[in-house]
Design a protein around this ligand. Structure first.
Ligand code: CO
Length: 604
């Protein structure tokens, strides 16, 4: 397993394919029936886990991701299983402590992962070293991925992302002990001739096998893969046709026929692949709602100018739709390259793609850098590692000034060094729910949604408000089957004279589920000026999950003081007080889903 011998194909159907096309919503019960058959195909490996799988299973599907992995391992016994790991950020959106990294890798290895594809959004080895060592310590295959990005022109080259940049990364990663390298082209930006040049040059300077992971997004992927094969790439990623193309991987079937009889013939059986595809066609219609595509075209010809990976584009569309601002998509697309340049040209991959994407959305909706997520602020202090190019001090000043952050320390060392151990604390915090290390890790990775998931799984939270979209029943997997109310309750802010009530309606029978205690509003809404900022009402500026208050009732605050933290677009946003005054009421509960305009606090 530690050498990838003749040319092979990695199948991504069970991970990246549905992550790219269906927001990672494919349920285990729909993959299980063909898992054993997929194992017989002869893929070099199967990517089944990681990336958004862990997040989507716990956040939306109420499915235990560890159980999914163990089940895959049971059904897939010959083909090595691979996962995508975001370096120090594991399967989350921030850097975790070293003890969490060690435990997560160890548990993933024990539960069934053979090949760890480890990457860092900034290609910074500081963020890779701990996870890489953990993989080696567990005796598993360490594949280190280099995120492929382009500077501006859409071609390899330019001041940042030149051929030398990639060769330099490859040499460093090989020295760090990589068993293989992967060029990870999240947005389908790698053009066929650049792929030929890049793979040929890599084969000259490194000895470990090279794998290519690309996306079809721009329409180049099939050609790119073929040129990479001609240049001697060892493995390429592809997936079954029903989940291929668009923003996903190239399809495996035409590749098999293309290579038949050549020296790179992967010798996979076409009929078997077609049968497997037929099965997928039979179960996929119910997921059609997740195909976020208003367009007829299966390729995105604008990708070469806006460089936005598929997952990011579909997130932007759904975020803007929820915020009733889908008409501003073009402005957001225009803002992204500007914001990216200002923030040091990070590759647009998780979590940088979410950070840049949500910043661009905020820039368009609220004004440039008027609202900045805590993650972007941390990025600017160096907590995410070193950006490919320096961020102008001017930008840092704008961001930090507008937030009046007391002390901004910029760091210049491995960010993981600065994070206190987290595992023991997490263990304590969930002690009354579980002592299972896999479950503790779910909480350590996602304190808010992970806790919600664990409560659902253990039958403690039957009415949990899930983000799961409508029309699918949620059941917890594992030992218990806990039916959970599947549809979101709808909530309304109601004012009767000068008293505010929050009313929740059951979407099925339209009954009122709950009415909050009345809160007297000192300024009746009919007298409020349209400028929401001055009337003392702190409202949610966008849909999201309310995380916590940073103040207590009756506390005196100044305009601009941080009041509450909202998770929106997977970013944490600190919401400032709209005025000087006293906190009269704090209205929502941590973990509650809020929509744009929901009242969060009243300051008088
Ligand atoms: Co991908």
């Amino acid at each position: 397993m530690n050498t990838l011998n003749s040319f092979g194909i990695t199948d991504t159907t069970f991970r990246d394919a549905h992550q790219s096309l269906l927001a990672t919503r494919l349920e285990m019960k729909d993959m299980e029936p063909i898992a054993a058959q997929m194992d017989q195909v002869g893929f070099a490996s199967m990517e089944v886990w990681g990336g958004a799988t862990f997040d989507a299973t716990t956040r939306y599907l109420a499915e235990d991701p560890w159980e999914r992995l163990r089940q895959f391992k049971k059904l897939i016994t010959k083909t090595p299983l691979s996962m995508l790991l975001r370096g120090q950020s594991l399967v989350g959106y921030k850097a975790y402590a070293d003890d969490v990294v060690d435990a997560f890798v160890e548990r993933s290895a024990t539960n069934g992962i053979d090949i760890f594809r480890v990457f860092d959004a900034l290609n910074d080895e500081w963020n890779l070293i701990r996870a890489a060592e953990a993989v080696k310590n567990n005796g598993k295959h360490l594949q280190m991925a280099i995120c492929y990005s382009v500077t501006e022109s859409g071609k390899m080259g330019g001041p940042i992302y030149s051929l030398d940049y990639y060769l330099d990364r490859a040499k460093i990663f090989q020295e760090m002990g990589a068993d293989s390298l992967c060029i990870k082209d999240m947005a389908g930006l790698l053009s066929p001739y650049d792929a030929f040049e890049l793979i040929s040059a890599l084969k000259e300077v490194v000895t470990v096998p090279i794998q290519l992971h690309t996306h079809y997004t721009s329409g180049m992927a099939s050609m790119t893969v073929l040129k990479a094969i001609e240049a001697g790439v060892d493995v390429v990623d592809a997936c079954l046709a029903p989940l291929a193309l668009r923003t996903s991987q190239p399809a495996v079937e035409p590749l098999v026929v293309t290579l038949r009889g050549t020296e790179n013939d992967p010798k996979l059986d076409l009929d078997t692949l077609i049968n497997l595809g037929d099965y997928l066609e039979s179960i996929l219609p119910k997921y059609r709602e997740y195909l976020e595509t208003p367009k007829v075209s299966v390729i995105d010809t604008k990708i070469l100018s806006h460089q936005i990976p598929g997952g990011m584009a579909s997130n932007l569309i759904s975020q803007l739709r929820e915020a009733d601002s889908l008409d501003r998509l073009n402005e957001v697309l225009e803002d992204i390259p500007i914001t990216r340049k200002e923030l040091g040209y990070p590759p647009l991959v998780t979590p940088m793609s979410q950070m840049i994407g949500s910043q661009a959305v905020s820039n368009v909706l609220f004004g440039r850098y008027k609202m900045v997520s805590n993650q972007v602020k941390e990025y600017l202090t160096g907590m995410y590692g070193r950006p490919p190019s320096k961020v102008a001090n001017q930008i840092k000043d704008v961001v930090f000034e507008s937030f009046d952050t007391a002390e901004i320390k910029t760091i210049n060392e491995r960010p993981g060094n600065l994070i206190e151990p987290e595992l023991k604390r997490a263990e304590k915090e969930v002690a009354d729910i579980t002592s299972d290390i896999d479950e503790i890790l779910i909480y350590a990775l996602y304190p808010t949604t992970g806790m919600k998931f664990l409560r659902i799984k253990h039958g403690l939270d039957l009415n949990a408000d899930s983000d799961r979209s409508e029309n699918h029943e949620i059941t917890a997997t594992g030992t218990k089957e806990v039916p959970v109310k599947s549809l979101k309750t709808k909530s309304f802010n109601v004012f009767v004279d000068d008293t505010f009530y929050k009313v929740e309606i059951d979407p099925i029978n339209q009954n009122v589920v709950s009415i909050s205690d009345g809160i007297r509003n000192p300024k009746p809404t009919r007298d409020s000026k349209p400028a929401e900022n001055s009337n003392g009402e702190l409202k949610s500026p966008m849909p999201g999950v309310f995380l916590k208050y940073l103040v207590e009732a009756d506390q005196q605050v100044n305009r601009g003081d941080p009041i509450a933290v909202l998770e929106a677009m997977k970013m944490e946003n600190t919401l400032p007080s709209p005025k000087d005054g006293r906190i009269q009421s704090l209205i929502v509960e941590p973990g509650q889903t809020v929509v744009k305009g929901d009242l969060l606090a009243i300051i008088i």
